[in-house]
Design a protein around this ligand. Structure first.
Ligand code: HEM
Length: 502
């Protein structure tokens, strides 16, 4: 018996020794690659874990950007044997966004996002993503999106009324309803309202939790997350979304069955084309897949549109001359007519330039993440397997090599004649670029411009007394999308009568 125990113990020791030697060989290889790429001082084994763990919620973007420390060459930080590589040079970004070696979204970040949206277009990879993108693409045809403008305009009108009594979530409510009515082709019924209110109130918080989880390693395992308060909150939120989505899909199927959809696809707006929800309802997708993609598009559209509109209003509050010029353009193109057509939305070049310049300095996604599956080369460096690439959109957009006087807010950069210049095609990527670029770019720009047109015609936007007067210096952080630390506040004064605010 004793002999047997000795053999077992010796075998276990040998195994442990072999594992340790293997781990050490791998780690030393990793460490060599790590030290060959510039970056902040990193401790053996722990890497930069201690520095990153100290970072508070409001400083996360600054902390991640500081890995690059203003360099445009590749820079890195590590946690154990996971390397984060910040990519800031437009040539390198072009390779990352086009080359299949870098096509996969990063597991750390996007896996957590997937717990909110489900495995949809934004988070999945490979064949699954390709098949879904092909099925969904026709729903984003420009002619489909142009037909959504009256719905955006109607919700924007309701928003300008709500803003007079300063309701806190008015903007999110307007865009949530617009997104449901367009993406899901759903008219909002009375019995949907309670679920909708929960979604309006909680969507931002659940997306913020995605970020929180990234910075709390003890919540990385799914089992630990599921029993945490964050996991439970997400569970209840997902149930509300599933209930509402199920009812909406049931109604769409009912309409398709009765043939009603042949003539009317959006309430009040006749359409010859199928909307997103109808295209999917008639595709090979299962109900679960349709609901997942619906939620993905819904989340991707509301969060980005809301933050973009808020930032534009904040910028215009501190740039009165630019606001006056936007207002003059709106008066000359739209006159007193409060309804808006797609042609008119497409004829507001200065407003569009203001939105693009806002997205340059304050991009909705300041960082985008990809995973390197196998050891590979980029920009003359060797990246280890499992490295996470952080595409530094924020830094690219403020690079003086691409944008002279980069910290100045100057919409003129995006007016047709100026934009036709020699800018690197990957130096300005607020909607990403390449095969995984934003499928909702036209939808987003139409929705943002329509809402801004309505709000800016109804209200004058003035600054609050928070001392933030330069857009390039607004204190920002990211909870999935870019946010202003402390939230965005402006004063709204109705151009006709009484006062209001958001
Ligand atoms: C101002 C508005 C918007 C901005 C700035 C924006 C920006 C972006 C960016 C940067 C990406 C790439 C993300 C990554 O690679 O990690 C992206 C992807 C995506 N966006 Fe948008 N977006 C906007 C509006 C919308 C809207 C309105 C929708 C849907 C109706 C939408 C749906 C999506 C989807 C589904 C993807 C994933 C595409 C794929 O991987 O195939 N976005 N967006």
């Amino acid at each position: 018996m004793a002999a047997l125990l000795t053999v077992v113990a010796a075998t276990a020791l040998l195994w442990a020794g072999a594992l340790l030697v293997r781990w050490a060989a791998r780690y030393l290889h990793f460490r060599r690659l790590e030290q060959a790429i510039p970056g902040p001082k990193s401790l053996p084994v722990l890497g930069n874990l201690l520095d990153l763990a100290k970072v508070g919620e409001d400083d996360r973007l600054t902390a991640l950007l500081s890995i690059a420390g203003g360099r445009t060459e590749l820079s890195r930080a590590s946690v154990g044997t996971r390397m984060m590589v910040v990519v800031s040079d437009p040539d390198h970004v072009a390779v990352v966004l086009r080359d299949p070696r870098f096509a996969d979204k990063s597991d750390v970040f996007y896996n957590y996002l997937e717990k909110v949206c489900g495995p949809g277009l934004l988070t999945t990879n490979g064949g699954h993503w390709k098949r879904h993108r092909a099925v969904i693409r026709p729903a984003f045809h420009p002619s489909v999106i142009d037909e959504y403008v009256p719905v955006f305009a109607e919700e924007a009108e309701a928003l300008t009324v709500a803003l007079r009594t300063a309701t806190a979530s008015a903007l999110t409510r307007a865009l949530t309803r617009a997104s449901l009515r367009t993406v899901m082709a759903a008219d909002v019924h009375e019995d949907d309202e309670p679920d909708l209110e929960v979604i309006i109130r909680e969507m931002g918080g659940r997306l913020r939790d995605v970020n929180e989880r990234m910075f709390r390693p003890w919540l990385w395992p799914d089992a630990a997350f599921a029993v945490s308060s964050m996991g439970k909150r997400l569970g209840s939120f997902n149930k509300v979304c599933a209930d509402l989505g199920g009812r909406i899909l049931g109604r769409i199927r009912g309409r398709l069955h009765s043939g009603e959809v042949q003539t009317v696809s959006l309430d009040g707006v006749s359409s010859k084309r199928r909307t997103f929800a109808e295209i999917l309802a008639e595709s090979e997708f299962t109900d679960a897949e349709i609901l997942t993609e619906g939620k993905t598009l819904f989340g991707a559209s509301v969060e980005t549109n809301v933050t973009t509109i808020k930032f534009v209003l904040k910028v215009l509050s501190v740039k009165p001359d630019i606001q006056d010029r936007v207002h003059r353009e709106l008066r000359s193109v739209l006159g007193d007519d409060m309804s808006l057509t797609a042609d008119q939305v497409n004829s507001l070049p200065y407003l569009e330039a203001v939105v693009l310049e806002t997205l340059r300095l304050l991009p909705s996604f300041p960082l985008m993440a990809r995973t390197v599956r196998e050891e590979t080369q980029l920009g003359g460096r060797t990246l280890p397997a499992d490295a996470m690439l952080l595409i530094n959109v924020f830094g690219l957009h403020r690079d003086p090599g691409s944008f002279p006087d980069p910290l100045r807010f100057e919409p003129g950069r995006f007016l047709a004649e100026a934009a036709a210049g020699e800018r690197h095609p990957y130096s300005f990527i607020p909607f990403s670029a390449g095969p995984r670029s934003c499928i909702g770019k036209r939808y987003g720009m139409h929705a943002v411009k329509t809402v801004l047109a309505a709000v800016l015609r109804a209200f004058r936007v003035d600054p609050v007394d928070d001392g933030h007067l330069e857009p390039a210096e607004f204190p920002v952080t990211f909870h999935l999308a870019l946010h202003m630390v402390g939230g965005v506040s402006v004063k709204l004064t109705p151009r006709d009568r009484s006062r209001g605010s958001i």
